[in-house]
Design a binder for this molecule. Structure first.
Ligand code: GDP
Ligand code: IMO
Ligand code: MG
Length: 424
């Protein structure tokens, strides 16, 4: 019996998809617990690249059950696109994928509302992915949402009521829906397609797996700094991205959680608006973006880049109860003379290591500068080959973060992953 959680410690796109795929052989099931198609999780192996949005990243290994848990919001149209592509490439999705009856459905009008809400914010846009995430979770919390299990119970009536609410809201925002009939036709068609998958009471499925002594890996989406409670509010997503979200998003009790893998990049990125204390606006930031190919997997948007922020990471480790750290994209810094790490913030002249209520104010990062390793690490097979300065960088981070780094990623491919000995 074991439920481990893997989640992002920064503003998303840390490389969760890649590592979930790498770790899947250790588990019997993989489960997504929050978020929706705002996620874009990239996997690369055997010369092929896949981007998953709603489907867990455990589908390419050896027949593990993959579960879309109740905490997820699902867009039937995007799910159909994603699933059809995977089925075309030979994944036997129907036998391994199970979807909770309790996932909330993203409707075409949720997406229109997302766009209209953003427009209404004028200069204070959140820079959402436009996938209808906020409005769908809003309906869930205000008890107006539509769940996948509803497709079997008075569905048309429930859909029409929600649609009318949304049309009223859109009107009050001065937004006129275009092509709604066409969008709805596609959506209803995708609902029929979804019915061909295992739609289950996933809380019972997971708990019965655990009762049989099986193990589950929970795959987070987004990252801790986008968490609705603890992230850089209001520039966050609309779900609990932290480890507690795995309990509510899957129906797993807190005492069943084992390891919490916290994943971070050797630097930091962010897409969309909102504060980012270590953001670099200079040539170094551009260099990180170019070398790290920092463009959104879903929207193609440029990711903002900056140095690693240990104040934010310590906060994320605390909130999630991280037991093991995973460092990604170390290779992106292979050719830098110097690397900086933010160890404290200076706010109005006062230094603090505590993540403040609002990071919107004038924060001056306090940096430590470390020497670069100036070595191509992308073909290395074991940590013994790591250059001395990189080993020192790892040791520095482990000390600052008081948590062991057990996996280091040195390239996008499944094979470019070094598992280190656990040292505690
Ligand atoms: P996720 O949302 O956390 O799954 O991350 P994304 O897939 O959105 O973004 C991570 C990007 O970095 C993808 O393009 C990956 O292929 C790539 N990537 C993952 N790990 C590494 C790594 O160690 N080095 C390099 N250079 N790229 C990586
Ligand atoms: P993965 O799982 C990075 C960001 C958006 C925006 C904010 C709110 O691939 O790491 P939303 O559409 O959720 O209402 O947008 O959150 N965002 C992400 N940033 N990675 C993601 O997912 C993200 N999902 C949402 O850019 O700033
Ligand atoms: Mg992503």
């Amino acid at each position: 019996m074991k439920v481990d959680v893997l989640l992002g410690l920064q503003w998303g796109d840390e490389g969760k998809g890649k590592v979930v795929d790498v770790l899947t052989p250790r588990y019997d099931a993989v489960a997504r617990f929050q978020g929706g198609p705002n996620a874009g999780h990239t996997l690369e192996f055997e010369g092929k690249k896949y981007v998953l949005r709603s489907i867990p990243s455990g589908i390419f290994q050896h027949g593990q059950i993959n579960i879309i848990g109740n905490g997820v919001v699902l867009d039937p149209v995007l799910f159909k696109q994603e699933a059809e592509e995977l089925e075309k490439s030979g994944v036997d999705l129907r036998s391994i994928l199970k979807i909770s009856k309790k996932v909330h459905l993203i409707t075409p009008t949720h997406r229109l509302l997302d766009a209209a809400n953003e427009k209404a914010k004028g200069g204070k846009k959140i820079g959402t992915t436009g996938k209808g995430i906020g409005p769908t979770y809003t309906d869930k919390i205000s008890r107006n949402g539509l769940r996948l299990g509803d497709v079997f119970h008075n569905f048309n009536e429930k859909y029409s009521a929600l649609r009318q609410r949304h049309l009223d809201q859109l009107e009050s925002l001065g937004s006129k829906p275009e092509n709604l009939d066409e969008l709805e036709e596609k959506w209803m068609d995708a609902i029929e397609y979804l019915k061909g998958f295992g739609i289950v009471d996933s809380e019972f499925l997971i708990n019965s797996l655990l009762a049989q002594g099986k193990s589950v890996l929970c795959e987070g989406a987004q990252g801790t700094l986008l968490d609705i409670d603890f992230g850089s509010y209001p520039f966050v997503t609309s779900s609990n991205t932290i480890s507690a979200g795995a309990c509510s998003g899957l129906g797993v009790a807190p005492n069943k959680i084992g390891e919490v893998f916290g994943i971070f990049k050797a630097y930091c990125t962010r897409v969309g608006s909102g504060p980012f204390p270590t953001e670099l606006f200079d040539a170094t930031g551009k260099r990180i973006r170019d070398l790290g190919h920092e463009y959104g997997a879903v929207t193609g948007r440029e990711r903002r880049c900056g140095w690693i922020d240990l104040v934010a990471l310590r906060y994320a480790i605390m909130l999630n109860g991280v037991t093991q750290l995973i460092m990604m994209k170390s290779d992106v810094l292979d050719d830098f003379d110097e690397i900086k790490a933010c160890v404290a913030y200076k706010i109005k002249g006062v230094e603090t290591t505590q993540f403040p209520f609002s990071i919107d104010e004038d924060i001056e990062p306090v940096y430590v500068t470390l020497p670069g390793w100036k070595t191509d690490m992308t073909k290395m097979q074991s940590e013994d080959e790591f250059p001395e300065n990189f080993k020192n960088y790892i040791a520095f981070l482990e000390k600052e973060l008081a948590t062991p780094i057990t996996i280091v990623s040195i390239g996008p491919d499944r094979k470019q992953t070094i598992v280190r000995e656990k040292k505690n």
